[in-house]
Design a protein around this ligand. Structure first.
Ligand code: ADP
Ligand code: MG
Ligand code: MG
Length: 897
């Protein structure tokens, strides 16, 4: 079996086998771009190693053969004391995991070859700098030594030489450092730094395999939902040197701005440096414009290559490059990560440029990105105190308490606090804190620093490189230019769109994207100067353009879950084509609860009737308003669902009251009687008790009241010339007999109202499918139901036997950790279990009644992965919260192209 492939053998489609980095190095090699020669050890070898604990047979020989070939082609030998070949050993999985796994540079240097390197390059300082980097990276990555040990030694050396930067150390200093570093290796591991270059290579390869399973890599994969069993490839690449003096350097660049999506190249360059230095934010970088000044020829070639890459990949690319004494080398490219705003802008730009078509444009953006753009932003009119500015690294408006280390950020977030993680610079160990925080603030590093790249990937607000702030992680505080001290726990606000930092809380306002989405669905009329055009090169235009294509392409209808006229109006304006779930319980709470209480506890017909007469006009008004807000569109109204006890006085409170009254010698007879009634109706497990249709059958007056109010509201609106379209939904049905009873009652009531008002009414009656039994008897239930709506929240609870309120805090973390499920089944539909029930029931229901309307109204209706599943089983609509409607429209389209 072939485990090792030359760069010239692969291409960009081989990501599964060669990892993203390897596949794209191969692709660039094929395109004839200047890539240093090398080879890739496939993910298959890593998977073998991870499952068996040993490298596969034949791997060592194959590496040997490719190494021999590399030596032949470069005319150098690994470890040669005269003219050594050096290589980098680089991780690279199928999905990019920036900074999550390990890379070792300068493999092949030892006490002998360092002398050869110095002689050949004519630069002794460079040779020893490269060697000390190798010992450091190898020590950290391969031998597991705490990087701090090396850093301390480096800092001490700089201090004793009275220099600020490592470029100011000379050859002798670096040579001394190599000795110190080797000594650290010896004291930490009990062994000498390995001098045999092939042994260095093999150990480094194994370390890259192992890095797949470091804690931070696992955490990142869980966050990004990357499978744990893919493994990584290992790229062995001939070293080129950016640390050979001022005419050398290394950089990172993007073919468009990954933060805003603006056209034009964007990048950071660091002269006289090697790879990691740029990303680590060790020294402050130069812009590409400055590179043009320093080395015009390399700059021009770089721009040429970037244009080639964009035309080739038809997307934003990011690249790593190194200039060695005026010669440009490409070290990496990939389709670049970007912010939500940039994703929309770039997709629309590429479509406008004719590089991609409109369906491809849809595939370039995600519902979650749209959701991010719909987040509020800082109120431009609000007073605020800018204390400093840095790089706008990842957009958003974040407010929270300053935390100066990852553990504190995690702990506070767990307590429900909003946190801003403040660091000098972040490294992969900060990942937990970045996940937990609302935003990330660093005093060093550019738009391509670790903090920026990771925050953009996660959609966290991030401001980097705020050099004016002095961050002191030891004392857990930072100092602003005017000397103000901000301590751990003080509230700050950061604007990831402008890079500004504010003290205290700045109020936030709705996003421009939300305004525009509202405007357009109001018939595209421009109001108050809010633009509704799709032609500009800005985020709002891009979103509108994408949404128009989405509405053209989607098959699924999108409705909203809305219980009030305001929500209904908002949902409609965001593009909902009806209400999929209008809950009615809130209409019986508050001041009206006492009326319901009287109704339930009534001992005689008169009392009961009086309560009903009081409720009816109130209910009718509720429905009139909602139906009017959704005029012409369907409104599915769910009859009363919650357990009985929610309308009764609290058992404990009441018991206490009665007991106290008795103790004080003034027994309250009415309260005592109420208590015995409440005790009688008390349930151990109300969620599975008398609720939904069960309540409706025990107290039929309740459902009849609701049906009558709906029918009267519809009749009234019709008389006003409107077009109300109510649908009556019966909750918690398990057996068709339950539904038949309610349907018959409803039919009679509707007919009566028709007669009384002279308005002919057709109001469909359907049911919620939220119990396994109703799903499994869907063919029967469809005989009595005119529509199905899957209540996937309850269906998930009842299928798994989970009580949502209890399990999410108790054993779910363990289940997620151990992989029983990758994501909570309440968040994303469990396609294999709950989803299968939905699919069977939808299918059998339509068999019984071909024109049966089938939708879903659980929270899954707004979840992208779930929407893709509902599209695949051909439901008619999804219903979600009003604010998620645009997201659902977009994902429904993405699911169908
Ligand atoms: P990551 O995935 O963390 O970016 P890389 O494997 O890309 O890790 O390497 C880390 C750094 O070292 C990058 O800046 C890269 O450009 C640089 N680098 C890797 N291989 C070489 C090489 N052969 N010559 C010079 N620099 C290299
Ligand atoms: Mg890289
Ligand atoms: Mg329910």
């Amino acid at each position: 079996q072939q485990y090792v492939f030359d760069f010239a053998e692969g291409n960009t489609r081989d990501k599964e086998l060669l990892g993203g980095k390897g596949a794209n190095l191969a692709e660039m090699t094929r395109l004839g771009l200047p890539v240093p020669p090398g080879f890739t050890i496939a993910t298959t070898a890593c998977r073998h190693y991870l499952t068996t604990g040993r490298e596969p047979d034949g791997l060592a020989q194959q590496v040997g053969a490719h190494l021999a070939d590399l030596q032949e082609r470069t005319g150098k030998r690994l470890g040669d004391p005269e003219d050594p070949l050096l290589v980098s050993v680089r991780s690279g999985a199928k999905f990019s995991m920036p900074g999550m796994m390990d890379t070792v540079l300068n493999v092949g240097l030892n006490d002998m070859s360092v002398v050869g390197l110095a002689a050949r390059s004519g630069d002794e300082r460079f040779a020893w700098d490269s060697y000390r980097r190798l010992v450091q990276m190898f020590g950290k990555t391969v031998l597991g030594i705490d990087d701090g040990r090396f850093d301390e030694s480096l800092e001490a050396c700089k201090k004793s030489r009275r220099v600020d930067s490592d470029v100011d150390l000379d050859a002798a200093d670096l040579r001394g450092l190599v000795d110190e570093f080797k000594h650290i290796v010896y004291t930490e591991t009990g062994r000498d730094f390995p001098q045999d270059p092939r042994q260095q290579l093999d150990l480094a390869i194994r370390a890259v395999f192992d890095s797949w399973n470091t804690e931070r890599a696992r955490l990142y994969r869980r966050q990004e939902r990357i499978p744990d069993d893919l493994g990584t490839a290992v790229n062995v690449c001939t070293m080129v040197f950016g640390n050979l003096g001022p005419d050398s350097g290394t950089g990172v660049a993007f073919t468009r701005d990954p933060a805003t999506g603006a056209q034009g190249v964007y990048g950071d360059y660091l002269p006289n440096a090697q790879g990691e230095d740029v990303v680590a934010g060790i020294r402050n970088t130069l812009s590409l414009a400055e590179l043009e000044r320093i080395d015009k020829a390399s700059y021009d070639q770089l721009l040429d290559i970037m244009a080639t890459l964009e035309r080739h990949y038809l997307d934003l690319c990011d690249i790593e490059f190194t200039i060695e004494r005026g010669k440009l080398w490409m070290l990496q490219t990939r389709v670049g990560k970007r912010t939500a705003a940039a994703a929309f802008r770039i997709a629309a730009q590429l479509a406008s440029e004719g590089l991609i078509d409109d369906d491809e444009m849809l595939s370039r953006v995600r519902g979650e990105q749209l959701a991010q753009l719909m987040f509020p932003q800082f109120d431009p009119a609000a007073p605020r105190e800018v204390v400093a500015g840095g790089m706008a690294a990842s957009p958003g408006a974040a407010v929270g308490k300053a935390a100066f280390d990852s553990a504190t950020a995690v702990a506070w977030a767990r307590d429900g606090e909003d946190v801003i993680l403040v660091r000098r610079e972040t490294n992969p160990d900060d990942l937990g804190g970045m996940v937990a925080a609302r935003g990330v603030l660093t005093s060093r590093g550019g738009k391509t620093s670790h903090a920026a790249v990771v925050a953009r990937g996660m959609g966290r607000t991030c401001v980097t490189g705020v050099e004016a702030l002095r961050v002191d992680p030891g004392r857990k505080e930072f100092t602003t230019p005017d000397g103000t001290r901000v301590k751990e726990g003080d509230v700050i606000s950061i604007d990831g769109g402008t890079g500004e930092v504010f003290l205290g809380e700045v109020p936030v306002v709705p996003s421009a994207v939300v305004d525009a989405l509202h405007e357009v669905t109001d018939d595209g009329v421009t109001e108050d100067g809010v633009r509704t055009t799709e032609d500009g090169d800005d985020v709002v235009s891009a979103v509108l353009r994408v949404m128009r294509q989405a509405d053209r392409r989607r098959r699924l209808d999108v409705r909203a879950n809305a219980d009030t006229p305001d929500d209904a109006a908002r949902a409609r304006s965001l593009g909902a084509c009806g209400i999929g779930l209008c809950r009615t319980e809130h209409m019986f709470l508050g001041p009206r609860r006492r009326i319901v209480e009287r109704l339930i506890l009534a001992r005689d017909d008169d009392t009961r009737q009086a309560a009903l007469d009081e409720l009816r006009p109130l209910q009718r008004a509720d429905f009139t308003d909602i139906l009017a807000a959704m005029d012409g569109l369907p409104v599915t109204i769910r009859l009363l669902d919650p357990p009985l006890h929610e309308f009764l006085p609290d058992l404990t409170d009441l018991s206490v009251r009665v007991a106290v009254a008795e103790a004080t010698g003034e027994p309250d007879a009415a309260a005592a009687e109420l208590l015995s009634e409440v005790q009688r109706l008390h349930e151990q497990n109300p969620m599975l008790g008398m609720r939904g249709v069960r309540l409706g059958l025990v107290i039929p007056e309740l459902f009849t009241l609701q049906v009558r109010a709906i029918a009267e509201a519809a009749a009234e609106l019709r008389q006003q010339g409107r077009e109300p379209r109510p649908e009556i939904m019966v909750p918690l049905v398990a057996a068709v007999q339950e539904l038949e009873a309610v349907r018959d009652l409803a039919g009679e009531t509707i007919a009566q109202v028709s007669k009384e008002t002279g308005v002919e009414l057709t109001i469909p009656v359907g049911t919620m499918i939220e119990l396994p039994r109703s799903a499994m008897t869907a063919h029967q239930i469809a005989e009595a139901a005119e529509f199905f709506s899957f209540g996937t929240n309850d269906l998930t609870q009842t299928t798994w036997g989970f009580s949502r309120d209890d399990v999410e805090a108790t054993f779910f973390p363990t289940y997620l950790e151990s992989g029983v499920f990758g994501v909570s089944p309440f968040e994303s539909i469990d396609t294999e279990g709950v989803g299968r029930l939905v699919s069977i029931a939808a299918w059998e229901g339509k068999e019984t009644r071909p024109d049966l309307k089938v939708g879903i109204c659980g929270e899954h209706g707004g979840d992208p992965a779930s929407i893709h599943f509902f599209e695949s089983i051909l439901l008619d609509y999804v219903s979600c919260s009003p604010f998620r409607v645009p997201v659902a429209r977009l994902e429904a389209a993405r699911a169908s192209v």
